[in-house]
Design a binder for this molecule. Structure first.
Ligand code: 13P
Ligand code: SF4
Length: 315
């Protein structure tokens, strides 16, 4: 394994490559990355890196976002099958028809979408900045939000925006968490706090002590001094950075409804492995390519998100 890590290091230097990893990838992948972050931080890095090659240790829409922002760079996905059930729940032609049937609305799309959906979008958001991006619009602005129904409903409840249509999509991982099993864990660990990603269903959000993006959950877990035990309701890959940053604390992954299914793991993120990273750096394949017309239109919606986030100091 050390030989593999050395190979990755050598290739990374030779290719002038940067390895960006999402918190949901396996620990060994996070450990060799140049930067580990949530979707917002990863897109900010992809927009500003001076590397020639970006290797995305994450899922396809993240690689696409990097390519949209840095079209002259080579963007590598170690496994092109690393998709996203949430992005799949929003085909571009159906989303275009939804927009056409509801004209005059500002279209806000979660970053977990294809480049084609981003090209139909006015402003992209991530779970780190979705509430602030909606709040940055006039209070009576009609909004069409896609594709995550749980995040959309969470934003609607927090901001009180009634005039907000939400696409009916979801992430198969975050939909699987069981309220009953989380409540049982709370009984077993009465002093534990529940930290939840907003892609989870509303009943779980309602019993949570903190709701936020993966970076938000990590920051909260590290800085909070009220307890030392946390039930973490998101993909368990993020527990690796929590344990590194707060070794004295206990982090308990929330179980899915059927504990034997392992479906609280994002099977797409877990497709990214060290051997595939080495192979991609060696062959400079597979590479993300996006038709220029789609890329150009998608770029505007991502740049708008980055501008609003920079203005509001969201990193
Ligand atoms: P964040 O990176 O915004 O926390 O969202 C997580 C996600 O669903 C990535 O798949
Ligand atoms: Fe997509 Fe869900 Fe996996 Fe995130 S956890 S990449 S939203 S399938």
């Amino acid at each position: 394994m050390d030989a593999l890590k050395e190979k990755i290091d050598t290739l990374r230097r030779e290719r002038n490559a940067v390895i960006l990893a999402h918190y949901y990838t396996d620990s060994d992948v996070q450990d060799i990355a140049d930067f580990v972050g949530d979707s917002l931080a990863l897109s900010q890095r992809a927009a500003t890196t001076d590397a020639d090659v970006i290797l995305f240790a994450g899922v396809h829409f993240m690689g696409e976002t990097a390519k949209i922002l840095s079209p002259r760079k080579t963007v590598l996905m170690p496994d092109m099958a690393a998709g996203c059930s949430l992005a799949d729940s929003c085909p571009a032609d159906e989303f275009a028809a939804f927009i056409a049937a509801n004209p005059g609305r500002t279209v806000i799309s979660y970053v977990n979408t294809t480049a084609e959906v981003k090209a139909l979008t006015d402003i992209v958001c991530t779970s780190s900045n979705a509430v602030e991006i909606v709040r940055s619009l006039p209070p009576d602005e009609p909004i069409l939000f896609g594709p995550d129904r749980n995040l959309g409903n969470y934003i609607r409840n927090i901001t009180g925006r009634e005039n907000m249509l939400v696409w009916d999509g979801a992430c198969h991982v975050h939909e699987e968490f069981s309220l009953e099993k989380i409540l049982e864990l709370k009984q077993a660990y009465p002093h534990a706090k529940v930290l939840t990603h907003p892609e989870c269903k509303r009943p779980i959000v309602l019993i949570s002590d903190y709701v936020g993006s993966t970076a938000g959950l990590l920051k909260y877990a590290v800085n909070d001094t009220s307890t030392d035990t946390y039930i973490v309701v998101t993909e368990p890959g993020v527990l690796h950075q929590m344990r590194l940053a707060a070794p004295g604390k206990t982090f308990i992954p929330a179980p899915p409804s059927d504990p034997s299914c392992g479906c609280n793991n994002c099977s797409y993120m877990k497709l990214i492995t060290l051997p595939k990273i080495a192979a991609a750096l060696e062959s400079l394949q597979p590479e993300i390519l996006i038709p220029e017309e789609v890329r150009r239109r998608a770029e505007g919606s991502i740049r708008r998100m980055l501008e609003i986030s920079a203005r509001l100091g969201l990193v």
